[in-house]
Each structure stands twice: as C-alpha cells, then as structure tokens.
Design a protein around this ligand. Sequence first.
Ligand code: SAH
Ligand code: SF4
Length: 379
Amino acid sequence: MGSSNLLSLIFMKIDLQPIVQKHVYIPRKEQFMALFPGSPAFRWNQVEESLIGMSYENWEQLSNIPKAMRDELGEQMPWLSFKPVQTLRSKNGDTFKAALQMEAGEFESVLMQNKRGSWTICVSSQIGCGMGCSFCATGKMGFKSNLHSDYIIDQYRYWDYFIKHNKELGGRISNVVFMGMGEPLANYPNVKAAINLLLKYTDLGPTRITVSSVGVIPVLNKLLDDPEWPPVRVAISVHSADTDTRREIVQTSYDQFLEDLKKWGIAYAKKLGNRRHHLTFEYVMLNEVNDSVMHANKLAALVRAIGGTVKVNLIPYNATDSVYECSSEKNFEEFMDTLRNHGVEVTRRKNMGGDINAACGQLVRLREKNDDVEVSSQT
Ligand code: SAH
Ligand code: SF4
C-alpha cells in the first residue's frame, strides 16, 4: 500500500472517531491509567478498594494514596460516573428512588428498607430494555444503552453514602437485586464484573445478591459453565407457564421456551441449587390474563418438574400505561392457594414505593413524557 493511501486511511479513521465514540464511556480504570501511566498495579487496586468498600464522600478521603494523586483525581475524575438528577422519598419513608443521568440518557435506582431494618438496593443494568415485555414501562422505552460496571457499582456507592449521610435512616445495605431497568443477562460482562467487585470489596455474600432475568436461555446456559460467574441467586421472570399466555406478555418468549427453561432449571438445581441457592420464579399478577386456576396448575407442574429448590414470588402488578390491571384479590388468593395445594412454596411481594413510581422504569418514563411531573424532590 502506497504511503498516501495509508495516510488517507489514517485520516479516515481519525475523521470517524468523533462519530463512533459519541457515547463511549471511558472506564474509571482506563481514566486512571491515562492520568498516571506506569503507576504500579496495586495503586489502582487501592483506589478501587477505597471507592467501593469505604463509604467515602470525595477523593480527598483516600488517605492511603499520595496527596498529589488525590488532588489530580479530584480535578480530573468525577467522583461518580453519573449525575444524580432527582431523589424521591416515599410517604412512609421506606423507599427512595433516584433518577441518574449519563450521556446516553437517564436510568434509575431504588433503595428499599427490608424487614430487619437494613436496606435492599434495586439496581439497573441497562438504560431502557430491548425485551419489550408488554406490561413493563422500561420495555416501552426500547433499548438505549448497556451500563458499564462502573455505573452499576456506583449505584451501590451512591446509596451506601446516602444511608450514612442521612443518619436517621440507620442500617446498611444488606441485599442487592438486579431488578431495576434492563435485562442483566443482555449485559452479562458488566453485570458479572460488578458483582465480582461487590463480592470482593464489600461484606455482601453471594446469597445477598439476586440477578433477575426474563430468561435469556443461551446466557443462562453459559453462566452454568462460567467459572467466573459467582454463585449469586437467580430469579426468572416466568409470568406464565402456559406457552400462549407467556408469548402474549413476554415478547421474547417462543414455543419451546418453557421446555428449555425446565431443562435449564434442572441443570441449575443439580449444579448450584440447595436451600440457600434456591431458584426464584417471579410472576407478575395480571388480572384475567395469567391468574386463572389453569395457570396456577401449569406453574405448579413446571416447579415440580424442576424439583425442590424453586420458590415462587407473586408480584402485584404496578399499573403503568398498559392495558393490564393487577389481579383481583379473589384471583390472587385462589392462585396462591392452588400453588400451595400443590406443595409449591409461594410468597407475595410487598408493594413498595407506589407513590414514587417505584416499579421498574416508571419514574424515568414519566420524566421523559412530562418534564414537570409533580413529585417531591430531595436531591
Ligand atoms: N429484566 C429483568 C429484570 C428487571 S425487571 C426481568 O424482567 O426479570 C424486574 C421485575 O419487575 C421483573 O420480574 C418484571 O417482570 C417486573 N416488573 C416490570 N414491570 C412491572 C410492573 N409494572 N409491575 C410489577 N412488576 C413489574
Ligand atoms: Fe426488560 Fe425486564 Fe421490563 Fe421485560 S420486564 S421489558 S425484560 S426490564
């Protein structure tokens, strides 16, 4: 190749860069290496350990690294990868929800108090979601972006500091659930990296972390054989064990899905399942859609085919702008009783933070539709 051709190729590449890199996030580790080339590996580990494990408030507090480095970081690197734009508190004070902003758009993160007075955080793994479930506000947004593991970790850091800063809240983060915006298994490398960092630098054990998935079978199969996938809990959003009903409400479902899920569930139970690593089936209760006795019988059959490590969690539908309503109390009770009569272990999820649109994707979607939506803000 002649030198002028080579030059024009180089220029083409340079010309293209601004377009290609429009929304490219430079991971914190790469930013650090660019700022301090040649610094020993342990330095970054120290920084990472302090960021995730120490509930600090700013770079100045990282007293284990040299002052000059701290000053440079303070000037050059944002403390959080996103900008918190709004934090809402539910009336009874047991749920908080934050709208967080990055280049590709807004996403959300939720803090909920659990029975023991400690806190569960519900983190997002994507902005929007490409899975298009017909009852879900995030699904309606479509897919916008994957979140780099820094953004996932920073949701933990944001709430960890929030709890410490608002002393009246008390307690600490005891659980992390991937039930915010997005499908975690469609962003597998970042979700895996974030979980491994949480396990490394916080006192959260693997049974304190739950990844919820609509059921991306190839990735579910992959995680069974991935030595780097940590033994966290897995929840599958089944929503119906009747093929046609599931296809109606979960766009990505297909005729063989329930059969594939059964096979995977059996393999999971064999490999990882025990009382501590039970599998959860989530089930959003949609009135007259998936809540009949026939549906309960089919769900029980699926659970029993997999074996004793499956628990069912019934979720009251939190109304979004969809055609669905939450199941009537009568249908709810009947559904639960039918499952129990089959010997299935079943719980009903408490509806939290309804007044701050705490269901998946609702706050961001409302903010998108109407910038001046009336909510009490306390950023
Ligand atoms: N994409 C993953 C995780 C995020 S959604 C998944 O689908 O599992 C987390 C849970 O919230 C899922 O079980 C989902 O079905 C449920 N969900 C979504 N919208 C809801 C709504 N409006 N009311 C109640 N649950 C909802
Ligand atoms: Fe995506 Fe989960 Fe919403 Fe379905 S329920 S659209 S998979 S976030």
